[in-house]
Ligand binder design. Structure first.
Ligand SMILES: Cc1cc2nc3c(=O)[nH]c(=O)nc-3n(C[C@H](O)[C@H](O)[C@H](O)COP(=O)(O)OP(=O)(O)OC[C@H]3O[C@@H](n4cnc5c(N)ncnc54)[C@H](O)[C@@H]3O)c2cc1C
Length: 293
């Protein structure tokens, strides 16, 4: 591993200044669970590493009544897995945090690192995509907000410029009578990455689906929404037959590859199975949710 200088800024402004000064030579580190293996394997050779662990504002979880959730970029998977409000109002997100690595990894791994690393298999991306989250990005030109649907550009590529950092995720409140779930398939029970991951989110009004969102991981260069499947559900009474139809349509959004973890056909099959399962649970959870949530 090449030697680098480590800096420990305390504020977002200081981070931006360092990134502006050092440009492409600098790399941010949050939990380090993706970055350190990449440094050790020689995939990245930055001259400066900027450690975000001293920037307290990035670790905040803020819940505003009725208006959603604001998650600092350096909030850990463990915090997401255990925070009571996330568990009750955003169960799919809590489930995705709980699936990341081991307990030791989850204590370090951050939501910002998960998204900015931009692996197609990132577990926390599908629920956030299905919840219509927005990324708050800060750089020398100020702040901008980007819907997560346009945040990912390709494998390990995002809209972030070299002098920008992700500071926060703004997650709208799913509203009353909403439910969601995240499921993934891995060959091993633990310490493995998703062969396919699916998050589904449903909102009901008078028993009819007012809003449906389905997001898939590990089936394309970036996490993707299954838009045709969402459209088939919206405005309809959700029956098992309709869920089956939506699960079939979700497969069309997948552009999977075959690799050592699974063939493209196996991945398509998993998209259908996991979409059916997550929609069924999302529906149960939406029906059981409080009317005024
Ligand atoms: C043993 C093991 C098991 C794992 N299992 C899983 C798993 O089951 N599911 C899963 O999804 N992942 C898994 N991972 C990958 C990793 O743990 C997660 O992606 C984690 O969330 C990364 O967060 P981090 O804070 O450690 O990121 P870091 O390694 O600190 O950073 C990752 C990348 O994001 C950039 N970055 C970090 N924060 C910011 C920011 N605020 N703004 C801009 N750029 C930023 C960094 O520069 C770097 O390029 C595993 C990793 C290991 C080592």
């Amino acid at each position: 591993m090449r030697r680098f200088d480590l800096t420990l800024p305390r504020t977002v402004d200081d981070c931006v200044k360092i990134l502006s000064d050092r440009g492409d030579d600098a790399k941010l580190v949050a939990g380090g669970t993706d970055l350190l293996p990449q440094l050790k394997n020689g995939l990245l050779k930055p001259r400066y590493v900027v450690d975000l662990s001293g920037v307290e504002t990035l670790r905040a979880i803020r819940v505003a009544n009725g208006s959603g959730l604001r998650l600092g970029a350096a909030v850990t998977a463990r915090a997401i897995e255990t925070e009571p409000h996330i568990l009750s109002a955003y169960p799919a997100l809590a489930e995705s945090g709980a699936l990341v690595g081991s307990l030791q990894i989850r204590n370090l791994a951050t939501v910002g690192g998960n998204l900015c690393n931009a692996a197609p298999s990132a577990d926390m991306a599908p629920p956030l995509l299905a919840l219509d989250a927005e990324a708050v990005i800060v750089g020398p030109r100020g702040e901008r907000r980007v819907p997560l649907t346009t945040f990912f550009l390709g494998v390990r590529k995002t809209v972030l410029a070299a002098d920008e950092l992700l500071v926060e995720l703004v997650v709208p409140a799913p509203g009353p009578r909403s439910g969601g779930q995240y499921l993934r398939h891995t060959p091993r029970r633990e310490l493995d990455i998703a062969v396919v991951g699916v998050a589904s989110q449903l909102t009901l009004t008078d028993g009819v689906c007012r809003k449906a969102a389905i997001a898939l991981a590990s089936v394309a260069p970036t996490p993707v929404r299954a838009v045709a499947a969402e459209r088939a559900l919206t405005g309809q009474a959700v029956t098992p037959e309709l869920i089956e139809r939506a699960a079939e349509l979700a497969v069309d959004a997948a552009r999977p590859i075959s690799d050592q973890r699974g063939s493209a056909d196996f991945r398509r099959h998993l998209v259908k199975v996991l979409t059916r399962r997550t929609l069924t649970t999302a529906l149960e959870r939406a029906r059981a949710a409080r009317q005024e949530a």
